[in-house]
Write a protein that binds this ligand. Structure first.
Ligand code: ADP
Length: 592
């Protein structure tokens, strides 16, 4: 990314604070005048004192001179303090406001993105987080440096340069020639370092992600006693990173020395040149100090040039990843506009093929239909494509080929949010948000009344258990057991009250007792709605009116339990395997 491009991208975030920017710039301008006063006063003092000394004037004249200088210097310092305060404060305020806006906009942005953005490998949670954090902090630093450090320094430099040219053309030229040399060296330095920086970013992302994975997999790591292996893996990244860091530092230091040397050459030339002019009588002695101080004002910001380069380059590199995220328009979820008054729930899947963004073929030519207001089951071995169908029906992904119709209208034509508002999803493990039970149930309807909440909980057969807790509905939801959390999720759905419900292995992670308990709430929610259930539980499957059997991404059989059983095909095999695993003979003997 080029600097100009970065500037353009930042502009929308800076524009709302136009007035603050102008105020900061104005203060900077005043400050740059004040910064030259010392040099001017010093020249005046040296020249005046040498005149006094040569003319052998009385001491009182000298005191008068010192008094005047003191007053000027102190007044200037007073003005300077006010200016600096204002300049720093407004600069900082800008930084804080702009950071806030950028952070907010990225969150708002990614929330609108498609599922594939979240499931793609490059956006694994640790990596995404690091990329966002580094992007924000480097942009923030850029804004801060620009308004607080760089701008005043450069304003000073330009002012000092003008004064130097005003004093003497040749002296001005010396300073002016140093600047491009410095620029050139700084650029060389920056170019040399950019590859390392890019690599460093990768290391950081990988490292952070590595630690997160480590924590997530700790049980497996420990049970296989693979601590050493994991430590070694981490060490390899660390070592590569260290090497990279050392090379970066070494290169930086070499360039620093070169630049220091160039600067000193400038100082020496200025001294010699001015001394020559003083000796040939075209300048007063005060000019020596004056020029050195001015040169210092010119070289101070130039000395910072590499830092600015570094930071601009950081911003260019890190913000690249950041703006990539913010600008992935193709990642935005698509939506139609169709919003009927009512959804009946007649679903038709016609010749659907689906391939995940990573290239996994999940569905081939799948066709089936689901009647409204009854429960259908998707049956198949794991990996057959059952959850994929739910993903497509919820518009999380779009079919690669073929179409899905809801009440006779292509799903693509529907407003995506409208569809999701009319679909309830219960997963194997439902997400319980940090917060109270009440807040978690209310997620289904943020403006629900107390009464609606208790009603929903009652329908989900969880109200009594919640009431028995010391803090009732205000208890921490994370304290609930798996089965209870699942019923909270169902209560959430009762509040949402959608006509269509998808249950994706709702009892798979529960024990037998919890499954038994939850059955009633599941039966309650199914009533009068179009329900698709994916389950490995025989009772839930044979309860379904309609069964769609999937095998390796293909829809192989459709029908009710009895007819499919009689077919003696895939369903028959799966069903027999399920019953065999139950060891029904033994159970019968026990129960008899
Ligand atoms: P089921 O629900 O029947 O167990 P899935 O629909 O989850 O099966 O998976 C079908 C196929 O799609 C599998 O090969 C699985 O690995 C793949 N798959 C599932 N989710 C994703 C995803 N987010 N990205 C890529 N491939 C996926």
């Amino acid at each position: 990314m080029q600097l100009l491009e970065l500037y353009k991208k930042m502009l929308p975030y800076i524009l709302p604070y136009k007035r603050m920017v102008v105020a900061t710039l104005a203060l900077t301008f005043v400050g740059s005048f004040a910064a030259q006063v010392n040099a001017l006063i010093l020249k005046y003092t040296v020249d005046s004192i040498s005149v006094l000394m040569v003319a052998r004037e009385p001491l009182s004249k000298g005191f008068y001179l010192l008094g005047t200088i003191t007053i000027i210097l102190l007044s200037k310092e007073l003005i300077n303090s006010v200016v600096q305060f204002g300049q720093k404060f407004y600069g900082e305020k800008l930084r804080i406001f702009i950071t806030r806006d950028i952070s907010q906009s990225i969150v708002e942005r990614i929330l609108t993105y498609r599922m594939e953005f979240y499931t793609s490998k490059e956006n694994e949670s640790g990596k995404l987080q690091t990329r966002i954090d580094l992007g924000i902090s480097s942009l923030t630093r850029l804004v801060q440096n620009f308004f607080i450090d760089i701008l005043p320094l450069f304003a000073n430099a330009i002012m000092a340069l003008i004064l130097m040219f005003y004093a003497n053309f040749y002296v001005g030229m010396v300073s002016l020639t140093i600047i491009p040399i410095y620029f050139y060296i700084s650029q060389l330095q920056a170019d040399k370092l950019s590859g390392f920086r890019r690599r460093m970013r990768n290391y950081r992302e990988t490292k952070n992600n590595g630690i997160i994975t480590l924590i997530e997999s700790i049980t497996v790591i420990k049970s296989f006693v693979r601590e050493k292996l994991e430590a070694k893996r981490h060490q390899d990244i660390q070592f590569e990173m260290t090497e990279n860091q050392l090379v970066t530092r070494k290169t930086s230091f070499i360039f620093e020395s070169i630049k220091s040397f160039v600067e000193q050459i400038g100082v020496v030339i200025i001294i010699i040149l001015t001394a020559y002019f003083v000796l040939n009588g075209s300048m007063t002695i005060g000019a020596i100090m004056f020029h050195i101080m001015l040169f210092n004002n010119v070289s101070a910001p130039i000395r910072q040039l590499h830092r600015i380069y570094d930071e601009v380059n950081d911003a260019l590199i890190y913000s690249e990843g950041f703006f990539d995220i913010i600008e992935s328009d193709h990642q935005k979820e698509s939506s139609g506009t169709y919003k009927p008054d009512k959804i009946k729930g007649f679903i038709e899947v016609r010749n659907v093929d689906f391939t995940y963004p990573n290239g996994t073929n999940a569905l081939y030519d799948v066709s089936f239909s689901i009647k409204p207001n009854e429960t259908s089951a998707l049956v198949g071995l794991s990996g057959a494509g059952k959850s994929t169908i739910i993903n497509l029906l919820d518009k999380f992904y779009q079919p690669t080929k073929g179409s899905i119709f809801l009440d006779g209208i292509d799903l693509n034509l529907y407003d995506t949010n409208f569809i999701r508002n009319n679909i309830g999803l219960v997963l194997q493990k439902n997400h319980i948000f940090k917060g109270t039970i009440k807040e978690n149930i209310m997620y289904g309807k943020p403006d629900a009344t107390e009464q609606e909440i208790t009603e929903a909980a009652t329908k989900a057969y969880i109200h009594e258990q919640i009431s028995a807790l010391p803090q009732g509905y205000e208890s921490d939801a994370n304290l609930l057991s798996g089965g209870q959390q699942q019923r909270i999720a169902i209560a959430r759905l009762f509040l949402k009250n959608p006509p269509i419900i998808f249950l994706d292995e709702p009892t798979a992670s529960l024990d037998a007792i919890a499954t038994e308990q939850i059955k009633k709430s599941l039966d309650a929610i199914k009533e009068g709605r179009t329900v698709i259930i994916i389950s490995h539980s025989i009772s839930q499957i044979i309860d379904a009116k309609n069964i769609v059997v999937l095998e390796k991404g293909r829809c192989v059989e459709i029908g009710d339990h009895e007819s499919l059983y009689d077919l003696k095909g895939t369903y028959f095999q799966i069903f027999t395997a399920m019953t065999n695993s139950l060891n029904i003979d033994k159970i019968n003997q026990t129960m008899a």
